[in-house]
Structures are given as structure tokens and as C-alpha cells.
Write a protein that binds this ligand. Structure first.
Ligand code: FAD
Length: 461
């Protein structure tokens, strides 16, 4: 069995306080935030390993907050669907589960009740989540660690903001032999039982009733949250879609991608499970390579961006050359200008853009190829690039199930402010040297008519 010091030295772990372990504590608490799953969860396994070293049980705490940033009923609904799988999986592993909601959702109050030896949580580079952990580190009486469990290569090892896939790729590839392995399940030595009467909600009950949140955006019925559903979606991808992914992924008229992004965003499935499953198939090497490039290099470049660029969701996160060129074209006349409401209601002159917006609003997910086109057109149809950036973030976060994610902030920054991209010629009105996409060029790449018809059929129900 590993000692506590060996566990603390795991490259995925960061000690967030200098407080020493409370060896007289009753348990180890895992404060589940980003990695909402009971298996293939490195942070939970580290909590179990630490508890085993201390001969204590583990309890998982999940606190449902109200009005989470840019979250609405659609996001909450998907998230709580996943909690039943969490409860069942933890019970099988002999791990306790305490689920509370606002105003009882506070980790510090919970820990004052159970008096843990150690508290462990997930890392998440988004600033609001990070603020919660800074407060926890200050106020928790126990020692507090975080675990970077939703990336393949621990993000702090990449050290600084990288400017492009080409600069981060060699660094990530160098680390893959060390970090791209399955997450081994660690068995508990002491099963959870407590004499304390700990109030906890049942995940099968109506958890969202009376929880304050924006409720105008309804559930995305084409996706069901949870680890079970995530594993089925991964299976479907491996058997039906991985073969041919390198070509089909740029064809929104067919469903050629995994559609795992909502599950990855809520941590219903772990990145190691997905990447090792793809590696082990006998799909053509070019398809596996294309997928792992998006899934590891692009996804971890996005995490790197959000971790090291404090302005990640603003226009100011962009590259100086992009700001310069956009300023130079600020006064260019725009052929079309749309109010945010017209964009939100898909009321533009462009049928492809409208279809993409509708796919997102109706289903909670937009095809990746169209996400690029969608964001670039907002730049074209607004008077100011900063406003365009703001609107893209707001709509993306509001309607995408996978919104409010590093990938979204990096994708929008790529499309509008040149992040991880380079200057392109010839210089064009409004865009300047920002990479341009047009209806005509996009429609040459895939059958846009078939896509538009598909979304129209979806709309008719
Ligand atoms: P697949 O092609 O099956 O890829 C598998 C996984 O790899 C994805 O789920 C995702 O985690 C990762 N991935 C794929 N492409 C990218 C990429 N370009 N950058 C980073 N990671 C990638 N992704 C989100 O998760 N949330 C968002 O809110 C989001 N908004 C975006 C907005 C814009 C303007 C752009 C250009 C991209 C955005 N992306 C976002 C990135 C990407 O488009 C989606 O991750 C992908 O389309 C999700 O579909 P999928 O799971 O079927 O992808």
C-alpha cells in the first residue's frame, strides 16, 4: 500500500494548503465537482488510496449550487441525471455519498460535521470554480488537495500558455507514454459507515424543484446524462463512427463524430477511458490519429489556454496581431447587422447559419465544423468584434450542453480573435487577417443542403 507521502507526490495531485493531515479525523472526503463519476475517476481513486493508507473510509460530497454561471435548466437537468449513476457506483465500491443542495451545499459546513483527515477535489481551470477551491483551502480545517483528473497530461506540467497546437503537441506527445494509461480501480479497505446522522438527498427525487436557476431553456432530450449513457455513446462511436472519422468529422450532414462532449464536460466519462479505448481498437490508424489529435492535443490546448489566460472568455484573450487587424477594419461597412435577439432566434438571411443555431438551441449540441462557421459569422454581423465575442460566449454557454467549458472559450477565441491560429491573407473587409469562412466555401466541403434539410425535419419534430 502506498504511503500518504507517495500519494501526495502523484503528478496529478496539488496540495492546496500547508495544513497537516488530521490523523484523528473520521474519513477522507472527496468533494466531487468536475469529475462526476464513480469509476475511472483518478481524484476519487487518490482519495481511496489516501483513506486506505490512513485506514479510514471515504465519503463523497456533492453540493448542488444555485444559479451556476451561465447554467440553466438544460444543464442542471443533464447533470442531475448523472447523479443516480454516481450514487449506485459509489455504493458498489463501499464509498459514502452525501448529496445536498443550496443552501446546504457548502463543503466547509459539511466538513465541520464529519471532521475529515483530508479533503480531495477535482481541478477545473475555470475561474469561478477555482475561486471556490481557494476559499475552501482557506476555510477548511483539514488538509486539502486537488487532482487534475480530467486531462491526460497534468496541465501544470505544461507550465505556461502555449500559442498553438504546434507548440504544445510535442510536449504532450512526449508525456503520453507516461500518462496515457487506464485508470486502475482502487478498492476501499474500510467501507463507509457512520454513526453521524448526515442529511443527504436522494438523487432520484426532484432535486431541481425550488433550486433557483434560469429555466427558459428546456432539457436537451436527445442526450441523457450519466456514466451509463456515456459508456453507450462511446461504444456506439467505437463500433459505428471511429472507422472513417478522419473524413466524416467534417461532414455535419452525417453524424460522424462521437458526441461525447456533453459527457466530458460534466465528467460523466473520463478522458483516459476514451483515449485508451480508441487506441485499442483496430480502426484505421489515420482515424485513431485524427481523433486523438482532437481529443488530446486540441482539448488540452484549450485547458492550457483557460488555465494560463485569465481573460479566456473575453475579446482581450486574443492575439495582438488579431486585435491590430480587427481595429484596422473596425469601421468597415457590414453587409448585414443583426441584434443578439435575431441571432438567438435564428433570423438571419443565411440558411446554414440558422440551421446551426437551431441545432444548438433545439438539441443542445452543434456539429464541430459548423461551430467555426457560426462564431465567425457573428464577428461579421456585429459592429464590434468585442461585442461579437461576448454574444458568441453567451449563446454558446446558454444552449450547448457542453458549453461553459475550456473548449468553448478556446473555440470562440480561435474563431474571432485568432487564438491558436495565424494571420491569413488576403486581407478581407471586417475580418482583416482573421481566417475567413464563407457559405460558398463551407458548402463546397460538405452537403450543406442535406444538413439544412435535416435540421428542418428536426424542427418539425
Ligand atoms: P469529436 O470530434 O468526437 O471529438 C471528441 C472530443 O475531442 C470532443 O468531445 C472534445 O472534447 C474534443 N475536441 C474535439 N474537437 C475539439 C476542438 N476543436 N477543440 C477542443 N477540443 C476538441 N467544445 C466543447 O466541448 N464545448 C463547447 O462549448 C465548444 N464550443 C466551441 C465553439 C466554437 C466556436 C468552436 C470552433 C469549437 C467549440 N468546441 C466546443 C470544440 C469542438 O467543436 C467540440 O468539442 C466538438 O465539436 C464536440 O463534438 P464531439 O464530442 O462529437 O467531438
Amino acid at each position: 500500500m502506498s504511503s500518504i507521502d507517495t500519494i501526495a507526490n502523484n503528478p496529478y495531485v496539488t496540495a492546496r494548503t500547508k495544513k497537516s493531515l488530521n490523523v484523528d479525523g473520521t474519513c477522507v472526503v472527496y468533494w466531487m465537482q468536475r469529475s462526476q463519476r464513480a469509476t475511472d475517476n483518478r481524484a476519487l481513486n487518490i482519495a481511496v488510496a489516501a483513506a486506505n493508507a490512513l485506514s479510514k473510509p471515504v465519503v463523497v460530497f456533492f453540493g448542488l449550487r444555485r444559479n451556476a454561471h451561465h447554467a440553466n435548466y438544460r444543464h442542471y437537468h443533464f447533470m442531475v441525471q448523472g447523479l443516480a449513476d454516481v450514487a449506485e457506483g459509489l455504493q458498489k465500491r463501499g464509498i459514502g455519498f452525501v448529496l445536498r443542495r443550496h443552501p446546504e451545499h457548502d463543503i466547509v459546513r459539511f466538513c465541520a460535521q464529519v471532521r475529515p483527515c483530508l479533503v480531495i477535489s477535482d481541478e477545473d481551470p475555470l475561474r469561478r470554480a477555482e475561486r471556490g477551491r481557494i476559499r475552501a483551502a482557506r476555510e477548511l480545517a483539514a488538509s486539502f488537495w486537488t487532482v487534475d483528473s480530467d486531462v491526460i497530461v497534468p496541465s501544470r506540467l505544461l507550465g505556461k500558455e502555449h500559442y498553438a497546437a504546434r507548440t504544445i503537441r510535442p510536449k504532450i506527445h512526449k508525456e503520453l507514454p507516461r500518462f496515457l494509461t487506464r485508470v486502475p480501480e482502487v478498492r476501499v479497505k474500510v467501507r463507509w459507515q457512520t454513526a453521524l446522522r448526515l442529511q443527504s438527498l436522494n438523487p432520484e427525487t426532484k432535486l431541481l424543484d425550488e433550486l433557483p436557476m434560469e429555466s427558459a431553456v428546456g432539457p436537451a432530450n436527445s442526450f441523457t446524462g450519466g456514466s451509463e449513457a456515456a459508456r453507450s455513446i462511446l461504444e456506439r462511436f467505437l463500433t459505428d463512427r471511429l472507422n472513417g472519422y478522419s473524413k466524416n468529422r467534417n461532414h455535419p450532414e452525417v453524424d460522424g463524430t462521437s458526441q461525447l462532449s456533453p459527457y466530458l464536460h460534466f465528467g460523466h466519462i473520463g478522458p483516459h477511458t476514451v483515449a485508451t479505448a480508441v487506441q485499442q481498437t483496430d480502426a484505421p490508424a489515420e482515424d485513431r490519429k485524427a481523433f486523438l489529435e482532437e481529443f488530446i492535443v486540441r482539448r488540452e490546448l484549450a485547458v492550457n489556454f483557460v488555465r494560463y489566460n485569465p481573460k479566456y472568455d473575453c475579446y482581450d484573450s486574443g492575439e495582438p496581431w488579431a486585435d491590430q487587424t480587427l481595429r484596422l477594419h473596425a469601421k468597415d461597412s457590414r453587409l448585414y447587422l443583426y441584434a443578439e435577439e435575431q441571432l438567438e432566434n435564428a433570423e438571419t438571411h443565411d440558411p446554414l447559419w440558422n440551421a446551426a443555431q437551431k441545432q444548438m438551441a433545439l438539441t443542445g449540441w452543434m456539429h464541430g465544423y459548423l461551430r467555426m462557421y457560426w462564431a465567425k459569422k457573428i464577428l461579421e454581423w456585429r459592429r464590434s468584434p468585442a461585442e461579437a465575442h461576448e454574444i458568441a460566449v453567451r449563446l454558446n454557454d446558454r444552449y450547448e450542453l457542453d458549453g461553459r467549458d475550456p473548449n468553448g472559450y478556446a473555440g470562440i477565441a480561435w474563431a474571432i480573435v485568432g487564438k491558436h491560429d495565424r494571420a491569413w491573407g488576403p486581407e478581407r473587409p471586417v475580418y482583416g487577417k482573421i481566417r475567413y469562412m464563407s457559405y460558398a466555401s463551407t458548402s463546397r466541403k460538405f452537403n450543406s443542403k442535406a444538413y439544412i434539410q435535416r435540421i428542418a425535419a428536426l424542427e418539425r419534430g
